[in-house]
Structures are given as structure tokens and as C-alpha cells.
Design a protein around this ligand. Structure first.
Ligand SMILES: Cc1cc2nc3c(=O)[nH]c(=O)nc-3n(C[C@H](O)[C@H](O)[C@H](O)COP(=O)(O)OP(=O)(O)OC[C@H]3O[C@@H](n4cnc5c(N)ncnc54)[C@H](O)[C@@H]3O)c2cc1C
Length: 341
């Protein structure tokens, strides 16, 4: 879809960089007419729709580039064992390919403050973290510390770029590498030790679930205010098919067109269209589920759908054209929605 109004835009891959044996970066050309729409803040992500083995899937990838520092936007994608999109991107996408991409979204960004910044990155979780580091070093005078955990030395993404940043800002950037095969997993004692007296810092965390849990619990133990803690989760929440049963006696129904097929789904009281779709086993696209990424957008072609909230995931022009965020969409009686072709 190339229309300026739809959620996806075609972007050309300008460069592919082999970062490690299991990760590649993809740099994009942004056509002049999309320049404003694809302007971004460090820490935000792009949402891609790709077709893998005949199925369309939607995945988010954080921008590892930094605005006003790197000339073009770049995402870095690490292979996940048996993962569809990550392996397809690494195997199939070459310079000159065109990908369907949604404009940048996300709240994992720097806030105005003079306090120090302490970041915890694990594996591919370094992507939004390095973007934030570059911007913080360039545009603020805040001290920055990174604890970066990896399986081994060969799996460190952006090793040279981080070393170069350290050389450029030796007074302000502190860099701590932790390698599982040398030091073991990061534990709460290490986190507390590395934070030291900087409990007034803003903390940014992105990495595998267990790594983030350790850091979060260490911060809780230090009584760090939740407002100082910023977390980006790469994993999707569990499907509602595995959770509590839903009361659908209210009679609301929605017909969902997704990937060329139509499914009629009963909707529970207060249940969103996305939740109903996932409960019915449909692979409807979503990421944030908090109304800011736009990933779950679908068009209402019949009936009435009310959105609980919109935190920038959809703009007024799209709303006027009938698009809704299905993670916020409540069906009034009966409705029919179509995910974008
Ligand atoms: C905001 C955000 C930013 C992100 N940024 C980045 C980034 O910068 N870099 C990055 O590399 N990743 C990033 N991710 C993660 C990325 O979006 C994908 O989740 C990741 O690449 C895996 O997708 P996949 O399609 O390859 O894996 P999937 O195909 O979704 O598979 C994931 C796992 O589930 C298993 N699985 C797959 N299908 C099934 C099935 N039918 N039954 C049971 N198990 C199954 C697979 O074995 C695999 O282990 C980000 C995620 C979010 C939400």
C-alpha cells in the first residue's frame, strides 16, 4: 500500500549490514514526501508487514539509528530460533527490496531531565538503547552508563560503534560488557553494584524477559520510583485463547476480514475486537496494545465501533476514513472490520 492514508508505506532497503553471524541491519531510503511522517525519536520502533510462506505477519523492530546523527533510519534484526519474520528478513531481504512499513511509534524515549542515564541492554535489546545513548551523548550533558549483556563476545551487536562512542565521550559514557560464557548471567547483586549511588538516574531496560526481570527486581529493591524506569518489551503478550473465559451473552458480534478470509466472532462485554480476534485463534496484527503503535489498525466497513482511547496510534484523517485501533475497538451490536490488504 503506497497511499499516504493507509497504515503502511513502501520503503526501499538502501543498505544491508551484517552485524553478527545471526543479525543484520537494514537501512532505508525515505522518499521526500514521507520525510515528516517517518521522523522519529530515539527509542522508537518501526512496524513491518512481511509475507512469509504465504502468510502475512506484522513485526516491530526498534530503530538503532538516531535522528540528526545517522543519515537514514536503520533497524537491526536478530534471528530467533524458528522465528518467521526474523529469519526471513535475514535470509531474503537485500538492497533494493521494498518493504511495507508503518511510521515510527513508541514511548521508550528520553525525557527532559538532568539526571544520569543508566541503561541495561541484553542481546538484540541493544537496538533502542544505542539510539538513546547516541542522542543523549550528542544533545545533553547527562552522564550515561550502559550494562550490556551477551552470550559471548561474537554475539555483541554494535561492539565497534559502542567502542567509538566511548572514545568520543570517555568522560560521560561508561560501558560495561557482561558475557554469559565468561561472567555468567547478570544477577540482582551485579545490577545494584553497577548502579552504585546513581539511584536518581533514569533507567532504560530492553532485553530478554529473564534479564529484564532481574534488573526490574533490583531497581524495586533499591526503591527506585517507577517514573524513573523505562522498559521496552520485545515479546508479545500471551494469546487470550489461553486465559480466562469471556462472557459473550450480550450478543455483540464482529465479522473480521483478515488475510482474505472472513470470520464471524462473538464479542464479550467490554472485550476489544483484537482480543476477540485472538481468542478466536486469528493471527491479527498487534504490538503495544496501548493505542500508540498503530499496528492493529483495521477499517470498519459496517456497524459501529467505539475506541476506548487513542494515544497517537491513529490520526484524525484515518479515523475519518473509518480506521480504528482494534486493540481499543469496542463493538456496538454488530460490526464488520477489514484488516488492510
Ligand atoms: C516494540 C518492539 C521492538 C522490537 N525490536 C526488535 C529489534 O530491534 N530487533 C529484533 O531482533 N527484534 C525486535 N523485536 C522482536 C520482533 O518484533 C519479533 O518478535 C522477533 O523478530 C521474532 O519474530 P519472528 O517472526 O521471527 O518469530 P515468530 O515466528 O513470531 O516466533 C517467535 C517464537 O515463537 C515460536 N513459534 C513460532 N510459531 C510458533 C507456533 N505456531 N507455535 C509455537 N511456537 C511458535 C518460534 O519457535 C520462536 O521461538 C521487537 C519487538 C517489539 C514488540
Amino acid at each position: 500500500m503506497t497511499s499516504l492514508d493507509g497504515p503502511y508505506h513502501d520503503l526501499r532497503v538502501a543498505e544491508v549490514i551484517e552485524e553478527t553471524s545471526d543479525s543484520k541491519s537494514f537501512v532505508f531510503d525515505i522518499p521526500a514526501e514521507l520525510g515528516e511522517r517517518f521522523s522519529y525519536r530515539s527509542g522508537q520502533f518501526l512496524t513491518f508487514r512481511v509475507e512469509v510462506a504465504g502468510h502475512r505477519i506484522v513485526r516491530c523492530y526498534s530503530l538503532a539509528s538516531a535522528p540528526n546523527i545517522d543519515a537514514r533510519p536503520k533497524v537491526t534484526i536478530k534471528r530467533v530460533a524458528e522465528g518467521r519474520a526474523s529469519n526471513w528478513m535475514n535470509d531474503e531481504v537485500a538492497v533494493g527490496a521494498t518493504l511495507e512499513v508503518m511510521p515510527p511509534a513508541g514511548h521508550f524515549c528520553l525525557r527532559e531531565s538532568d539526571s544520569p542515564i543508566v541503561l541495561f541492554g541484553g542481546g538484540s535489546g541493544i537496538t533502542p538503547i544505542i539510539s538513546i545513548i547516541k542522542t543523549a551523548l550528542k544533545t545533553t550533558s547527562r552522564p550515561v552508563k550502559l550494562l550490556y549483556a551477551n552470550r559471548n563476545d561474537r554475539s555483541i551487536i554494535f561492539k565497534e560503534e559502542l567502542t567509538a562512542l566511548f572514545s568520543a565521550y570517555p568522560e560521560r559514557l561508561e560501558l560495561v560488557h557482561r558475557l554469559d560464557d565468561v561472567h555468567g548471567f547478570v544477577d540482582a547483586a551485579l545490577v545494584v553494584q553497577e548502579i552504585g549511588p546513581r539511584t536518581d538516574a533514569d533507567f532504560y531496560i530492553c532485553g530478554p524477559g529473564p534479564f529484564m526481570d532481574v534488573v526490574e527486581s533490583a531497581l524495586a529493591g533499591l526503591h527506585v520510583e517507577p517514573s524513573q524506569i523505562f522498559i521496552e518489551r520485545f515479546e508479545s503478550p500471551e494469546s487470550p485463547a489461553n486465559s480466562e473465559p469471556v462472557d459473550t451473552s450480550g450478543g455483540a458480534r464482529v465479522t473480521i476480514k483478515l488475510d482474505g478470509s472472513e470470520t464471524d466472532v462473538e464479542v464479550g462485554d467490554g472485550e476489544t475486537i483484537l482480543a476477540a480476534a485472538r481468542r478466536a485463534g486469528l493471527e491479527a496484527p498487534f504490538a503495544c496494545e496501548e493505542a500508540y503503535c498503530g499496528c492493529c489498525m483495521a477499517r470498519v466497513v459496517e456497524g459501529d465501533v467505539e475506541m476506548l482511547m487513542n494515544d497517537g496510534g491513529i490520526d484524525q484523517r484515518q479515523i475519518d476514513q473509518g480506521w480504528v485501533l482494534t486493540c481499543q475497538g469496542i463493538v456496538k451490536g454488530r460490526a464488520r472490520v477489514e484488516y488492510p490488504d
